[in-house]
Design a protein around this ligand. Structure first.
Ligand SMILES: [Fe+2]
Length: 274
């Protein structure tokens, strides 16, 4: 059995009725909205190892610094450790699922490591602490952790959706896998939430924690007037602006929150980046 089939086999043997969560969703429909570029732009395409224009390379590295899951990023490994710590208090079924989640993020760490080495070997070993405050919000309860995955992994899925048209070929190639896996991680958070709000006390707790996570989730898309966005779009590294992808994301999460019977917070409350 070749190395790659061994990894595929390990992933296949991990499949159950529950895991990975994306299988049920994608079997029914394409869950994420299309993110289509509305401006005309040159059709750049750059492969691995190709000489990259300086501005393009620095924008791509800036984008990759946001993607923490990379084997050479100590902060990522630290975050995975925290995830397992938090899971120690979870119900047994949730703990198993959480371990599957970590295994899948480690698979991503291999994929992003490979991309980083192809782009800049020095960057591949660089520790990039998680800058966004969403990663530093207290995760003291199962409900906090559920919201973290529901919102933050979904942010990863939306970004990966936007890479489908990426002008950087290695990123476009891995976008569909990263998107579906991250959507699965978000669904894991949603599955936790469904358990939590199934009783009155859990529902009250979830409703009280929601505003904190909702604001952070919307803030993860950055400022709507970010000066870099037009350059990202022109180079084909992004297809839409921060406001557009945030709005598409908000429509998605609002529908999911309402389906749980939770009240949607005011979208401007507690925000740091509008
Ligand atoms: Fe994830």
């Amino acid at each position: 059995m070749s190395d790659m089939t061994t990894i595929d086999d390990a992933e296949r043997r991990g499949r159950s009725d529950l895991w990975p969560f994306w299988r049920r969703v994608y079997a029914e429909r394409d869950p994420l909205p299309k993110l289509e570029c509305q401006v005309s732009r040159p059709g750049y395409r750059f492969g691995e190892g190709e000489k990259l224009p300086e501005e393009y390379r620095s924008l791509l590295l800036k984008m990759m610094r946001h993607e923490g899951e990379r084997a050479g990023n100590k902060s990522f490994l630290g975050l995975m450790g925290t995830c397992l710590d938090i899971a120690e208090t979870f119900p047994p079924a949730a703990r198993v699922v959480k371990a599957e989640y970590v295994a899948e993020e480690l698979k991503h760490a291999i994929m992003f490591h490979r991309l980083a080495v192809g782009l800049d070997p020095d960057f591949a070993l660089r520790d990039v602490p998680y800058a966004h405050y969403a990663f530093h919000l207290p995760r003291e309860t199962w409900a906090d952790d559920a919201f973290f995955h529901f919102f933050v992994d979904l942010n990863g899925a939306f970004h990966a959706r936007d890479w489908r048209e990426s002008s950087y070929v290695p990123l476009a190639k891995m976008s569909a896998t990263v998107e579906r896996d991250e959507l699965g991680h978000s669904e894991m958070g949603y599955w936790f939430l469904r358990e939590i709000v199934s009783d009155a006390r859990g529902r009250v707790l979830a409703q009280s924690l929601l505003p904190k996570w909702y604001a952070a989730a919307l803030d993860m898309f950055g400022r709507s007037d970010s000066p870099n966005v037009p350059r990202f779009i022109q180079w084909g590294l992004k297809s839409v602006g921060n406001a557009e992808i945030r709005q598409a994301y908000k429509s998605y999460v609002d529908a999911k929150l309402v389906a749980l019977g939770l009240d949607r917070p005011d979208e401007r409350a507690g925000r740091r980046f509008l």
